[in-house]
Design a protein around this ligand. Structure first.
Ligand SMILES: [Zn+2]
Length: 278
């Protein structure tokens, strides 16, 4: 791997806007799209380096579950207030053939995007690993608040992470309820590290990327493509001869497959692109 000291910017914004003006689009978005909504990009510059909890750790026993839900309880209280930004609104107006997002914050949907695959799920839902029931995260938040009165106020200063988690080490005594129906283990309905994206979700994305052919474009916005779950669509497009455009402030693992890369902010670029496409 080559380290580059300068942010790369191989193309002019106008050139890329022209290229994207008339072509069918599939979009792939990541954390960089939500930073303007106050949700920090934990892979971005200056971000704390800490691995998220893996699926295997989460299911291994009550202590990690307590730690996860205690942090999530705090994070939810704040992420719940995040609003879609100009980038989300522009993406809704662009209305790509399919919008694949790695974000779990639900802000694309909140901005009005309709054809959305939330690749890694949504933090707004909870799944029971016992019976499979899916319930709103908001309802669980109320139960957590009742069972852990005072917890939020006591830990109000903890720093937030983009997956709705917070920096918090001391979680002893936090009470985690089971499923209302079966008492089973409740997990956020998001794909953890160590867990696979459901196959039908992946298949829908591949189909949309393959349908682009030579005429369409896979537009990546605000993702460093660090994880294979997103990078594989870039690779698939490149292999098929479908142009790939990457708009991201830092280098990405997909740069070698890109027709154009632009190191600019997503909100500004997408807003310009809406204007260009009319
Ligand atoms: Zn259940």
């Amino acid at each position: 791997m080559t380290l580059r000291a300068e942010p790369r910017d191989t193309s002019s914004v106008d050139e890329v806007l022209d290229f994207l003006a008339d072509r069918p689009l599939v979009a792939l978005t990541g954390a960089g799209l939500s930073t303007d909504s106050g949700i920090p990009d934990y892979r971005g510059p200056g971000a704390p380096v800490r691995m998220p909890m893996t699926y295997q750790e989460f299911v291994s026993g009550p202590v990690p579950q307590q730690r996860y839900w205690a942090r999530s309880h705090l994070g939810w209280a704040r992420m719940g207030h995040a609003e879609p930004n100009a980038g989300h609104r522009a993406m809704a107006r662009l209305d790509p053939d399919l919008l694949i997002t790695q974000n779990v914050d639900g802000l694309h949907e909140a901005a009005g995007s309709r054809q959305v695959v939330a690749l890694h799920g949504r933090v707004s839902e909870v799944v029971c690993l016992g019976c499979g029931a899916i319930t709103p995260r908001a309802a669980l938040q109320e139960r957590l608040a009742e069972l852990n009165a005072g917890w939020l106020a006591e830990h109000a200063s903890a720093a937030m992470r983009p997956d709705g988690d917070v920096e918090l080490e001391e979680t002893d005594g936090f009470v985690v309820p089971g499923c209302d129906g079966c008492g089973g283990l409740l997990k956020p309905h998001v794909v953890f590290f160590g867990e696979n994206v459901p196959a039908e979700r992946v298949a829908r994305c591949y189909a949309a990327v393959e349908a682009l052919g030579d005429d369409g474009v896979l537009l990546v916005a605000g993702s460093s493509l660090t994880v294979m779950s997103g990078l594989r669509f870039v690779k698939r497009a490149a292999r098929a001869g479908t142009p790939v455009v990457i708009v991201n402030r830092g280098t990405t693992r997909g740069d070698d497959h890109a027709t154009y890369t632009l190191a600019v902010g997503c909100s500004e670029f997408l807003t310009d692109l809406v204007e260009r496409r009319g």
